[in-house]
Design a protein around this ligand. Structure first.
Ligand code: GLC
Length: 720
């Protein structure tokens, strides 16, 4: 155990200066002539109409545009989905049916895909078609340098069927490999550009403090220093700064600020903090500081609040304006801030719960948000006066209503001219700094590179938690005797391997988006698909494969030398508040919609109260019989965060080896197989495969945020 302590000490004290210096030598910080672009933006602004200026500040989602196409009187009788599915439909028919003509009508300069699949099928071609039609529709918007098309490509171009899905940020943190992460970002930028998206809502630089948070897996770790190095790497990888322009995709550092530190880990919750702003910045701001130094020109505002004050409405220290106008500890943000999805109206709901002077009209809400530092308003579906009440009236159901409200706020003087001009010119300046270029010859070549890098990242992102008698890597002599491989649990499900934000906002179980040519292009393999081949290739032995329902018929043939059991325990895929766990009853009225509260209806009931994983009873019974014969059991954990493995039938104590794989993406199966046979050695000659969050003994550790100890410290990971 002593040697382990030394490893943890070394990694925590020595790792970062070494890695940081190595990385900074390779990637220079962007020297984009922003002042020049701000001056050019001023000139454009002076020639713009009020409508054009307002149009720059709006960011509708494709789904809002499609709903607008149907809800605006006499607009379009055709339905977007039907029209896009109709191969005979002309481009103009698709533009009208999907509401893309609202881009010209409202002089829009930005759109986003909002977490859902493409209407027809989320293939590369379909996304290319939709984005190309949006650019066509945008041609009518004079003076606008570029149409920004936003994409939540948070682990690869993850809404495209057949795309290589990289490991989520929690995995990338475990790699401790900042140059590899910069490469992932650059590949993701190219992949996005190939599908027509030029703005990526990454990196998330939350320093997650509470594992109950459904977005923990979007955090690189709970150490501000670690997060800051990945923030820099990701921004520089995504934006690809040359000496004058960004030739990659526009990055977006998010969610400003403190989203990972809310009470109970409640998504969109409230951070209770008693220190001053500088102390808060030291805990939660280093990712923004390094992203700004790396040249990031876009920041997304957090839904959450600090000490009860919503970030979209300024926060307790008027944080956003402070960061933009004066900076915090030497970091001054000169780009533009975008709200989160319906962020302004969601913040107004919470504001109105606790303030007498309500923000009741849309112009007032927009004005308060813009005056608090938000420059661009992200607009999505379901913008209701009470976001948690499905019967609540809407604030808006199409982008034109918001354009009118924003115009009214300006005309009424609720938004003063200097603030209005600053918002529009900062958006224009960021656009002027962009010159996106795809720098690979073909999508096939790009994906070939992606598969190599994704495999390396997945391998470096695994953590060996337990390895009784050095079971792993499978020794040659042992492997020569293996005849039977038993797979138990979700060993053949890419959905739990990829996690949320995969094709769909919430992700989904199953392999349906990664079959046939899409499996080949994405490199998607489960452990069940990968391990037999790897054992055959390495040890030249064919295997009999059994599943849980076949064990009893073959039990007499199985013994400790000719059989290996591989099991998977997994969280279901989830995103945002749908992954919140164990929210105490105090917050029920917050989530009356029942989608994320202490009885989180989305998560399996046995999990919604506690952050733990166990085998199903059927699996546990079968595993007991196999363990009674001393047959070795390797358990793989797919989860968005460390989870309790000691409750119920206790996978940790009842397995011989346990690998925490978190959410390793499509190459996760190959990575695990390589690690199990020794093709890849856990942190054998580098500093990867180490936790970036503590691992809990029990749920109380999670609730206490580990103030009374943990099972494994951050930095833990067994070598092989
Ligand atoms: C979501 C998320 C944010 C994402 C945005 C656009 O609500 O909070 O991370 O980028 O909306 O999908």
């Amino acid at each position: 155990m002593r040697s382990l302590k030394i490893i943890i000490f070394l990694t925590s004290v020595l790792i970062w200066p070494a890695l940081a210096s190595a990385f900074s030598l390779k990637m220079s910080t962007a020297q984009i002539p922003l002042q020049t672009y701000l001056q050019q933006a001023d000139e454009i602004y002076e020639n713009m109409s009020l409508d054009e200026k307002v149009g720059q500040m709006l960011l509708p989602s494709y789904r809002l545009l499609a709903i607008g196409a149907k809800s605006i009187k006499g607009k379009s009788s055709m339905d977007c989905q039907t029209t896009i599915n109709n191969e005979q439909a002309t481009d103009q028919e698709v533009i009208t049916a999907c509401g893309l003509d609202q881009i010209a009508e409202n002089k829009l300069g930005a759109v986003l895909q909002d977490g859902g699949p493409f209407y027809n099928a989320p293939t590369l071609n379909h996304w290319q078609k939709l984005n190309a039609l949006a650019v066509t529709a945008h041609k009518a918007v004079q003076r606008d340098p570029i149409l920004l098309i936003g994409n939540d490509a948070i682990h690869g171009n993850s809404h495209v069927q057949g795309a290589v899905i990289f490991p989520h940020n929690i995995n990338l943190g475990v790699t401790h490999d900042v140059s590899l992460v910069a490469e992932i970002a650059a590949l993701t930028a190219n992949d996005s550009l190939w599908s027509g998206f030029n703005w990526i809502y990454m990196p998330t630089v939350a320093v997650a403090q509470d594992l109950r948070w459904g977005r923990t897996y979007e955090s690189f770790g709970n150490d501000p220093e670690l997060v800051s190095h990945f923030a820099r790497a990701y921004v520089q990888g995504l934006q690809q700064a040359s000496h004058l322009k960004f030739t990659g995709a526009l990055a977006c550092v998010k969610h400003f600020i403190g989203d990972g530190a809310t009470q109970y880990g409640l998504d969109e919750g409230d951070v209770q903090f008693s220190g001053d702003m500088n102390a808060f910045w030291k805990l939660h701001g280093l990712g923004y500081a390094s992203a700004i130094q790396a040249g990031v020109l876009n920041l997304m505002v957090s839904y959450s609040a600090i000490n009860g004050e919503r970030m979209h409405l300024g926060g307790p220290w008027n944080n956003l304006n402070q960061l933009k106008n004066y900076g915090i500890q030497g970091s001054r943000f000169r780009g533009f801030a975008v709200s989160d999805y319906n962020g302004a109206t969601r913040a107004a709901y919470f504001f109105n719960l606790s303030h007498k002077n309500k923000l009741s009209t849309l112009p007032e809400i927009l004005a308060r948000t813009v005056n608090s530092g938000t420059d661009m308003l992200m607009l999505g579906v379901d913008a209701k006066k009470n976001p948690f009440d499905s019967t609540s009236p809407y604030y808006y159901q199409n982008v034109h209503e918001v354009a009118e409200a924003l115009k009214s706020a300006v005309k009424q003087g609720l938004i003063a001219e200097p603030r209005f001009k600053e918002a529009v010119t900062h958006i224009l300046a960021a656009k002027l700094a962009m010159q996106p270029q795809i720098n690979v010859a073909s999508y096939e070549q790009l994906q070939k590179k992606e598969r190599v890098v994704a495999l390396k990242a997945a391998e470096e992102s695994l953590v060996l938690l337990k390895n009784e008698k050095h079971l792993l890597p499978l020794h040659k002599n042992m492997s020569q005797k293996i005849k039977y491989l038993i797979f138990i649990g979700e060993t053949n499900d890419l959905g739990v391997q990829n996690g949320g934000w995969t094709i769909n906002w919430q992700g989904q179980k199953g392999n349906q988006y990664f079959t046939g040519v899409d499996q080949a292009s994405s490199g998607a393999k489960t452990i069940e698909q990968a391990l037999p081949d790897v054992i055959l290739r390495k040890f030249k032995i064919p295997l009999h494969i059994y599943h849980v329902n076949e064990v009893s018929d073959h039990l007499s043939e199985l013994n400790a030398t000719n059989t290996l059991v591989v099991t998977v325990v997994a969280e279901p895929p989830y995103a945002e508040y749908m992954g919140d766990i164990g929210n105490p009853h105090e917050v029920d009225e917050w989530y009356d919609s029942g989608i994320a509260n202490h009885e989180n209806n989305y998560m399996p009931n046995e999990q919604s109260e506690v952050l733990q994983l166990t085998w199903s009873n059927t699996d546990a019974e079968t595993l007991n019989k196999l363990r009674d014969k001393s047959i070795p059991i390797v358990t793989i954990v797919y989860s968005g965060r460390p989870v309790v493995l000691t409750a119920g039938n206790a996978p940790l104590s009842n397995s011989n080896a346990v690998i925490a794989a978190f959410l390793p993406g499509t190459l996760g199966g190959d990575a695990l197989a390589n690690a199990m046979v020794g093709q890849y050695r856990f942190q054998y000659n580098h500093l990867s495969n180490m936790l970036t969050f503590p691992w809990p003994r029990n749920m109380q550790d999670v609730v206490d945020r580990f103030k009374n100890g943990e099972l494994f410290k951050a930095g833990y990971g067994l070598p092989t």
